[in-house]
Design a protein around this ligand. Structure first.
Ligand SMILES: Nc1ncnc2c1ncn2[C@@H]1O[C@H](COP(=O)(O)OP(=O)(O)O)[C@@H](O)[C@H]1O
Ligand SMILES: [Mg+2]
Length: 222
């Protein structure tokens, strides 16, 4: 599904000192499964994820997604793919503070039909947010509940790929585990990429890619 060739990312190109956040490597990712990207802070994990998901453009190299070369198409084509096929979860939930949990999910939906509303409710229920929580604003929900609402929002359009950047970093152990369980089950027939510096949440990953100083230092399967 993803075919990355010789990817490099250099920040601060204007200054004399070049900062290589990614140092030129190849990577192939399948069309389903839970893939962990692990490494210390500053190793380039987010940069790699943003290059894969079109949020950033690599300085060099190519990122091919289902036969489409993401680095050469137009901005609007990139946006279309991003909207239609990708879902995002970040460390912070970024829910809209004045909307309740249900509306926070619906705001990302492709349409606002009754059927979509029903689906959003079912989705949230499956994530453990019942009727009582749906009408609550983020401030009235726990951190774990907010993050689960953010996951429902990321998945409401059935994205082919979910990109999760440190999705459990602000959660306690139990909620971190719940979030990973949800992502794992979604990865049965979709691709889920989870960036983390915490190996303990990747017990169920199908594959772990270790990043160190902008390079892949280790590729593990199972
Ligand atoms: N917008 C930016 N401008 C300049 N340097 C950046 C920028 N974003 C990240 N970096 C640098 O690139 C390196 C990799 O960062 P990042 O991909 O965020 O790592 P990680 O997600 O593994 O913590 C770090 O040294 C970081 O300081
Ligand atoms: Mg990061």
């Amino acid at each position: 599904m993803f075919e990355v060739k010789n990817i490099s990312m250099i920040y601060d190109m204007d200054t004399d000192e070049k900062m290589y956040a990614l140092k030129g490597f190849d990577l192939t990712l399948p069309d389903k499964g839970l893939i962990g990207i692990i490494g210390p802070s500053g190793s380039g994990k987010s940069t790699l994820m943003y290059c894969l998901s079109t949020l950033k453009k690599p300085t060099e190299g190519t990122v091919c997604y289902n036969g489409t070369e993401l680095t050469t198409i137009t901005d609007s084509e990139r946006e279309k793919i991003r909207r239609k096929e990708f879902g995002f979860v970040f460390q912070k939930h970024y829910l809209v503070p004045y909307m309740n949990a249900l509306d926070n999910v619906l705001v990302a939906a492709a349409d606002q039909s009754e059927e979509t509303k029903k689906r959003a409710k079912e989705f949230l229920a499956g994530l453990g947010l019942g009727e009582r929580e749906l009408s609550k604003r983020p401030a009235k929900l726990s951190g774990g509940q907010c993050q689960r609402a953010a996951i429902a929002r990321a998945m409401i359009n059935n994205p082919k790929v979910v990109f999760a950047d440190e999705p459990t970093a602000s959660l306690d152990h139990e909620n971190a585990f719940n979030v990973m369980r949800i992502l794992k089950s979604y990865s049965a027939d979709r691709l889920v990429l989870v960036v983390t510096h915490d190996r303990s949440i990747l017990n169920e990953a199908d594959r772990i890619i270790e990043i160190w100083d902008g390079e892949i230092s280790r590729r593990e399967t199972e």
